[in-house]
Write a new protein. Structure first.
Length: 115
């Protein structure tokens, strides 16, 4: 049975839709290759996702004794977090809604199958 290593980031100040564009780049890739891809990605979400994957790699090494060369990004997803909603004054005294979207990111690493 393969061991799952999980790391989570809550309330990341970026919408889930924009974050999914970044995490789609690394899904299914080896963990070290994912770190290289994210290091050169210019999106705002790339650095926090990179730090999250690095944290999951460190968890695997420290808690389970798994080598970082054997890890693969098994699952990675971004869910919507609560949206901060408030109103601002617009033209002619009207209110304009403001929505600040956030997201929760979860990374699940798994050891590659050795045959």
């Amino acid at each position: 049975m393969a061991q799952d290593i999980i790391a989570k980031l809550s309330n990341f100040a970026n919408s889930a839709q924009k974050t999914r564009l970044v995490i789609d780049l690394v899904r299914g890739k080896p963990a070290l290759k994912a770190l290289e891809i994210l290091a050169t990605t210019p999106n705002k979400a790339a650095m926090p996702v990179r730090k999250l994957i690095y944290s999951a790699i460190s968890n695997a090494e420290e808690n389970f004794g798994i080598s970082r060369d054997d890890l693969v990004v098994y699952r990675i997803f971004a869910d919507e977090a609560p949206t901060r909603k408030w109103r601002r004054f617009g033209a002619r005294g009207r209110f304009k809604p403001m929505l600040k979207r956030r997201s929760h990111i979860t990374v699940i690493l798994r050891e590659t199958e050795q045959n």
